[in-house]
Ligand binder design. Sequence first.
Ligand SMILES: O=C(O)C1=C[C@@H](OP(=O)(O)O)[C@@H](O)[C@H](O)C1
Ligand SMILES: C=C(OP(=O)(O)O)C(=O)O
Length: 435
Amino acid sequence: MSALSLPGSKSMTARALVLSALATGPSRIVRPLHARDTTLMAAALRSLGASINTAGPATDLPAAPAAAGASTGISAHGSANGSAVWTIEPGPLRGPATVDVGLAGTVMRFAPPVAALADGTVTFDGDPHARNRPLRPIVEALRSLGVVIDSKGGGLPLVVRGTGVVAGGEAVIDASGSSQFVSGLLLSAPRFSKGLVLRHEGPPVPSAPHLRMTTHMLRAAGAVVDESVPDVWVVEHGPLAGRDWVIEPDLSGAAPFFAAAMVTGGAVTLAGWPRESWQPVGILVDLLTRMGAEVSQDDDGLTVRGTGVLHGIRADLSEVSELTPVIAALAALADSPSSLRGVAHIRGHETDRIAALARELGKVGAGVTEFHDGLDIAPGPLRSAVFETYADHRMAHAAAVIGLVAEGVELSDVACTSKTLPEFPELWAGLVTGS
Ligand SMILES: O=C(O)C1=C[C@@H](OP(=O)(O)O)[C@@H](O)[C@H](O)C1
Ligand SMILES: C=C(OP(=O)(O)O)C(=O)O
């Protein structure tokens, strides 16, 4: 049995940073994720006027309460998975500033609405592939709310010409390309003069649990949010309070380690897992259980145990689309075919994940059929190959899982895992060698 202590959730850390920078008083983020995406988010907010210390020692940590309900705030976990504390002191938002979004969807979608509240010009650009990631719907929604933005094709690079005030009001958006368009607007909406009434029109919005995380965290900071009508979010104008945010371990970062247990017949415990989580643990547990794992939770954490069987699965992954690469890797190693659907929008993730998985899983021996919104995967005799990652951390996770079973699988670039889990190579090596 391997016990795993993982850093905090990328998504919760990103939201906590934005809400803290927009708050009326100081905040602390306890056990944040310290990785490329969250470091870029901190740098973006710093350049807009917030003071953010990401080098803080672990002093005076708030006690981990019993899992707090949605009404009271963040659920905390009892066991330390790193003890860093970041401190954030909001300041007047102002330009001129330049923001590097890297390849982070959270930064490129959450920071422009904050920049719109700044007084001055803010320029955004990122990694070469970031220019291909969808952004137009949030740019157009911001324009409809009175924000002046220069952008040739509706994507990066772009310039937000803030005046210090966003009128807000009503906006319509097609967020079928990413839930982050909605989350980005909602997080800044309490600071819009008229608040925000945002209505989605189009194919379903993916990643519903991430939307719920956004509205939970807004409420925890004191915002008034109504999401009672499907596809409509209402956020009232009002102050956001500074507070302590206690970040849960990252569930998506845990997925490859759970997969490792499943393909090797071992067990992995993710320490410090809260009894009530704001991440979609129920969906992951259901998927892994259907594929053959045994999953349990006790005071030690969340344990996934391999049983020696690994079944294929038919699944709609739209709610947990960032798990697709790891589930697809498991599917390539299973005893029956799989059909993964509902994830058309992951063609706009760090790479076109549907095309990339079809190509790379095909190379290592699976029979893969690509669909516009997913993949059919028929396991085949495994072959050695160089598995390309396309600078995508979750492709690296998929390759690592395959490499546990297939001989001679080489990973083209493990450094891309720094996007969300810089410790991945060491943690993986520790898991495999038991060190
Ligand atoms: O809001 C967030 O923190 C995220 C939302 C999801 O984005 P999409 O809705 O674009 O899939 C998810 O895949 C991404 O990794 C993180
Ligand atoms: C899709 C992902 O990230 P991003 O926040 O950059 O969209 C991911 O981490 O799988």
